[in-house]
Design a protein around this ligand. Structure first.
Ligand code: CP
Length: 277
């Protein structure tokens, strides 16, 4: 987090020491991505490295090749590390157990998205002005059941001392993640200093009632009386979990949604430098 903060303060400059010079990073993305893949790519370039993309639909996975075999082949071609996104909960750890190069989990199934949690922690600690979040109560709201972002953020935010409450319809909020749960968004909103809104993952068969927006959406009405920070890992379902005017970057200085994206490049630079540089 400290190194990410250094890169954030340096702005969009390239790192002069170019710790990834001469190294090629493989982006193995078997699920779609805008933020994570682009920010790893930009981070690699800012550190003086090069990259190769292997994307769903263009690899030999369509012919039955396993994720681990794909990774072993990338390693045999001499890449210095693999950034992997996949639909399997244990995909990244299975690759890490099979290859001898660093493997970075860029989102595995519904289980973990650790670099997202790190960039969220960087964003929030800059917002609060301290790495100690023990005074902070943060709500993660929405489709927790299918969210790797929620699972990794529960670990990251509680490690920094924050109290985390998971909010959403009962069927989408597991009670075994080690923190408080609630089905009453308005009540929780009045007690927290930040809300992290999550997308309903219809592609993973999440189902919500017609009253979802009314009960769990960050509406303009709710936002008008809320004084804390607003986060969303993206992509957003505008008009469902968050209103258009709340999502817009100019809605408030407490809207941190694009700050999260900016933090993402710096955080991934720090991760790549630490593991591969
Ligand atoms: N937050 C996030 O993981 O976004 P992408 O799916 O676009 O990478």
């Amino acid at each position: 987090m400290q190194r990410a903060t250094h890169f954030l303060d340096a702005g969009d400059r390239y790192e002069p020491s170019a710790p990834l010079a001469g190294k090629i990073i493989a982006n193995l993305f078997m699920e779609n991505s805008t933020r994570t893949r682009c920010s790893f790519t930009i981070a690699t370039k800012r550190l003086g490295g090069d990259f190769v993309d292997l994307l769903d639909g263009t690899s030999s996975a369509s012919k039955g090749e396993t994720l681990v075999d794909t990774a072993l082949n990338l390693e045999a071609m001499g890449v210095a590390g693999i950034v992997v996104r996949c639909s399997q909960d244990t995909g990244a750890s299975e690759i890490a157990a099979s290859v001898g190069i660093p493997v970075i989990n860029a989102g595995s199934g519904t289980s973990a998205h650790p670099t997202q949690a790190l960039l969220d922690a960087v964003t929030l600690t800059r917002y609060y002005g301290t790495d100690d979040l023990s005074e902070q109560h943060i709500a993660i709201v929405g489709d927790i059941a299918h969210s790797r972002v929620a699972r990794s953020n529960v670990i990251g935010l509680t490690k920094l001392g924050a109290t985390v409450t998971l909010v959403g319809p009962q069927e989408l909020v597991p009670d075994d993640l080690g923190c408080e749960t609630s089905t009453d968004f308005d009540n929780t909103l009045s007690t927290v200093s930040a809300v992290m809104m999550l997308r309903v993952q219809f592609e993973r068969d999440a189902q919500v009632g017609e009253d979802y927006h009314e009960k769990f959406g960050l509406t303009e009405h709710r936002f008008a009386s809320f004084r804390g920070a607003v986060l969303h890992p993206g992509p957003m379902n505008r008009g469902l979990e968050i209103d258009d005017n709340v999502a817009n970057p100019e809605s408030s200085p407490h809207n941190l949604i694009l700050s999260q994206v900016t933090s993402g490049v710096a955080t991934r630079m720090a991760i790549l430098e630490h593991l591969i540089g």
